[in-house]
Write a protein of this length. Sequence first.
Length: 339
Amino acid sequence: RRQHPRFSLTVGVSKADMCGLSSQRLPAISASVVMPPALDGFTVRETHGILARPGVRVLASSDNRGWHSLYASAQRETPFEAACDAVDDQLIVLHLDGLVPVHRRVAKGEVSRLIPAGGLFMMPGGLDFGVRVAGTLNTLHLYLRRALLQEVAGDMLIGDPARVEILPLFGERDPLIERLMLGVRDALGDANPSATPFVDYLTRAIAARLIHRHSSAPRFQRHGETRARVPIGQLSRAIDFMEANLQHSIGLPAIAAATCLSPSHFARQFGAIVGRAPHQYLMQLRIERAERLLRETETSLVDIALACGFANQEHMTRLFKRSKGTTPAAYRKAVGRWR
């Protein structure tokens, strides 16, 4: 067992990881597996290597998305047995099928259980573990950065966040975490730039839930609701930053940096004062800019979509209609700018 001295946060085992282990020594994941080259953001190279095993069919992953605080993947897993070396970051696995027999082994012992659909599996970062998956199933894997959990804990708690430990789960359900994880899964299939700040927001919501309900945090004093609010001028800098960078994919950390606040603290303060989450406000700004360009210019719909930070014209059309009740083309015609 290899223990890391930093923030002792739980790394969840994959569904496959959850499926049963035998009492004999488990085979290590083959060193001959070649992982893809490192890319910007959190990549599969920093995970346990489960996705590279034979029989795993990856349906979607966040590789090449540039997500820095979270790695996510959806896959179809077949029965397997493995010993996994420790990684630093928190792993949460959501079972999308059930019941599936799972056996888990760590230094303190081993246990078997039938995991239902919706069951979660988590284990501490820095911990070697063994697993045996005894059935075929669909899973959703999330890895949360240790640094992000520490950041969120620092915003939520009074005291040293490095002392907070996320507690293991083995098959228990948490409907809120399940819904948040399914939101991340939906974002895996959404190529539009707004997915990045949305995922940042979901990631911090998951981290906050882990700290609030599945950690040693109850022993710590929590920040009260009387914590001083951020001045309006400070949040205005965030809005100015969003408006100046609408054509780009903007993540929550970059927006928060404009206010000199941590992303978690910024998101809570922004929501409390503005009345909506940063990613929702960002989408509102994109739609408002598109509306102005449709009304005041003859720029093509494709170019307007790109200038406003939408993935493509279809993406702009879908969100514009949801907000305004009409398509961009119909709106332009109604205001006399149809060509």
